[in-house]
Design a protein. Structure first.
Ligand SMILES: [Zn+2]
Length: 404
């Protein structure tokens, strides 16, 4: 039995997906064996955190080969510009502002803060994306954030008015150390906010593709509130975000009760309604996951039986769990179209579907395309208007398999 990484209590297994490869390790040489680990998530009845039972060494996932750049989508660009304006507003009246971003990726957000001449620092362990951030004028410390690096940052730069992180907190196994670091680095009146895929959305949509090696934690307000208390912080606000198929932004402060917003009560009540604080909330999840994966495979089998070809769109990390668990590979999907240069010419982890360029997809014009990057659906349907006008159809799968 695995133990909770936050409070050390026994975890209750929610779902096991079996052996999985590293989700973002696209394969160049098919003769090489892939590293495999057992992917399952558990629920802690004590502190309510849903988490991976077995974690993968971060060095295996985030290194010089790391192929995820945030600045690939207009929707994400807009999202981070909005986040930057909020931060710029918060620090505008501060006498000596300092903004710290955990996991600043390629500088998609901090470049706006930098452009306003606001003192800032991005922490980013992946060398190639950190280099891309520096080119945008962003100050970057190439490191993992924890209690030790936090003390070093405090000694060198002082405490921060804003500490933030997008799609990074859920990646860090030793989250107690991160919260300890935040506690050290945050000014008494400062705000710490972070956003990650939201457990309630995952449960509601059965969007189990969010479950993979990089996502150690699946946050709810109930669990974040418990975690915050352990480190002298308080959850004061939650604001739902549309990105990544449903994310939540959590605001924490060192402050007093009176900073707590009205949003909190209502959102936590919804979470309690979904039973996210008890194993009951997770029982039907596995059934729905199994039903979506078999419906998905059967839909593709039916299309292939009609003699029609199927491609896929978006060689995302998260599609690794979805494709492998649904037992869908090169026998059903000819290739995945993607625009990331470092992925094109390689094969998807585990399923070994060739990754081809977007130009290839346009020329090939397949009759059916599985929309693996379903969280960018609105943007992609708009971009691929012509493909759809010519009769091309997209297949999506959460909360149910749909062809449109
Ligand atoms: Zn726990």
């Amino acid at each position: 039995m695995s133990l909770c990484k936050i409070c050390n209590n026994d975890l209750e297994t929610v779902i096991s997906f079996g052996e999985m490869p590293i989700s973002n390790r696209f394969v160049s040489d098919l003769t090489e064996d892939e590293f495999l680990y057992d992917l399952s998530i558990g629920f802690c009845p004590e502190c309510f955190m849903v988490q991976l039972e077995e974690c993968v060494d971060p060095a295996m996932m985030f290194n010089e080969d790391y192929a995820y750049f945030s600045s690939i989508s207009k929707a994400m660009e807009d999202h981070f510009e909005e986040m930057a304006s909020e931060i710029i507003d918060i620090v505008s009246e501060k006498p000596s502002p300092f903004v710290l971003e955990l996991g600043c990726n390629d500088g998609i957000m901090l470049k706006h803060v930098a452009a306003h001449g606001i003192p800032h620092l991005g922490i980013e362990p992946s060398a190639n994306v950190a280099a891309s951030a520096r080119q945008k004028g962003v100050h970057v410390l190439e490191d993992f954030f924890n209690a030790t690096s936090a003390s070093e940052i405090k000694n060198r730069y002082g405490q921060a008015d804003v500490i933030c992180g997008a799609n990074v907190m859920c990646h860090i196994e030793d989250i107690n150390s991160v919260f300890q670091g935040v506690s050290v680095l945050l000014k008494p009146e400062g705000v710490f906010f972070f956003e990650d895929p939201y457990l309630a959305d995952i449960i509601k949509k059965a969007s189990f593709d969010q479950i993979y090696d990089e996502h150690v934690y699946y946050f709810s307000g109930l669990a974040v509130s418990e975690l915050a208390k352990r480190h002298g912080l308080q959850l004061v606000n939650m604001v739902p975000q549309e990105v990544h198929g449903g994310s939540m932004r959590y605001y924490l402060s060192k402050g007093s009760e009176n900073r707590v917003t009205k949003n909190i009560g209502a959102l936590l009540a919804v979470e309690k309604g979904l039973n996210l604080h008890s194993l009951k909330g997770y029982v039907s999840f596995k059934k729905r996951v199994d039903s979506i994966s078999s419906d998905f495979k059967n839909t593709l089998l039916k299309i292939r039986a009609e003699g029609k070809r199927i491609a896929a769109y978006g060689a995302t990390s998260k599609s690794t769990t979805f494709l492998i668990y649904s037992k869908v590979g090169v026998d059903l999907i000819d290739y995945v179209s993607d625009t990331t240069p470092t992925k094109i010419g390689k094969y998807t982890p585990g399923t070994h579907i060739p990754v081809k360029s977007h130009e290839h997809f346009i020329l090939d014009n397949p009759p059916y395309t599985v929309l693996l990057a379903w969280n960018h659906k609105r943007e992609i349907l708009e971009k691929e208007k012509e493909y759809r006008e010519k009769g091309g159809k997209f297949i999506t799968f959460f909360p149910e398999v749909t062809i449109e």
